[in-house]
Design a protein around this ligand. Sequence first.
Ligand code: NAD
Length: 478
Amino acid sequence: IPVDEFDLVIFGGTGDLARRKILPGLYRRFRSGQMPEGARIIGAARADQDSAAYRKMIQDAIEEFVPEKSRDSESIAEFIKLLEYIPIDATGEGGWKELAAMVRKEVVKAFYFSVGPSLFGDLAERLHKYGIADDQSRLVVEKPFGRDLDSAKALNAVLAQHFDESQIYRIDHYLGKETVQNLMAVRFGNILFEPLWNSQYVDHIQITAAETVAVGSRGAYYDKSGAMRDMVQNHLMQLLCLIAMEPPNEFEPDAVRDEKLKVIRALDPVAQSDIVRGQYSGNADGPSYVEEAENPDSKTECFVAMKVNISNWRWKGTPIYLRTGKRLRARESEIAVVFKDPPHSIFGEQDGRRGNVLVIRLQPNEGMNLRVTIKEPGPGGMRLMEVPLDMSFAEALGPDAEDVPDAYERLIMDVIRGNQTLFMRGDEVEAAWAWTDPIIKGWTERGDKPKLYDPGSSGPEDALMLLHKDGRRWREIK
Ligand code: NAD
């Protein structure tokens, strides 16, 4: 889908996120011919430098963060010609007049707030005061969107002073992943799945986002948030919404977001006995969580597993288990829909049949597979075995597999197109915090200390028990 000519201003354009994700993503779109003639990208940040220095900085970033196969020096040289830089002070007046003079009136204008949320208000106000933004301009804001309901409401209120909800694009990069959108295509583009997509046929759902990395040097910062705020309230909740929502009547931003919001509002409060929190211990390969957090008494979790129930007609009785953590055995994110067994087995008890599971894999190797039972080939009688029906993108796309757009490049292009479907609406974010707040308050008031787990494991023992006591088991992280 073509995009219009645009001016994209990236506040925080010299930061880690801009250099690692935003600009490499834009470059990849440029290289694949998606960037219109006359597109312009303006970095605005604190560093006092000129556009030439900025172009060099971004050239280096592209060389560092875009795989060699997906870049070439000719297109990099062309791409960086689109870049300009303005030193700006978000909380003062320096640089704003220059920015106002530079941004064009007649093109799509997008402002990416790749800075801490404490600056959102200052930026929104100055964009307005200097006549840079108009009622067609778009704002892109990064996570974290608040740390509880009150702070999220305050951020929404600050943005709402100068911008309408239809102009605000709250990024959750999980929503930009190819597989996540494919989940909607599979659910709503086929007749096969939707009739089975309910508590009558689905035993339970598991959503896992396992990381191998530790909190490392970000430990002290991370310790103020924890896995519930950093991963569950946003990314896992978004996945849960997409997997559980009713079919929207059209694939339009508010139709989709209305359905997601209904799911969040239907979530039951979670009993503390249905939550397991963890912290990794140290070993020869690295320090423990509390050491990295520089807080020996830390009660912040870097692992959380929980059982979630949705009180509506479709899902009553089908639990959704969420799990995420750092320094686990493998880097793996997936959603697994585990179907019930057939009502009666005509083959008697057989080991080979383990039931249908639809796995939607976000990383690594984005793709989906459906586990089905077939007859073991050969003359050995009616013996059953399981095989995956594999829908892996890497295979389907062949040598172009690497060119599956990264989540950020897709989302930024959606901003320019003015499509909010894959962005969180303000009321969604608030509803998610309204559900999360009492859970966090519960364990904070009890003063619970997270359980220790071995680095490289799949989390604390108690997390296994969470499913065992329901007669279920987690899929292996491998
Ligand atoms: P960073 O510290 O690397 O960069 C911050 C940027 O903001 C710099 O360009 C700096 O010049 C600019 N800045 C700071 N104060 C300013 C001021 N007063 N006026 C003008 N510019 C100012 O931060 P980052 O890691 O790039 O993160 C940016 C935002 O994105 C944060 O809100 C962060 O939580 C969020 N985020 C980052 C990541 C990531 O992977 N880095 C991931 C998700 C969300």
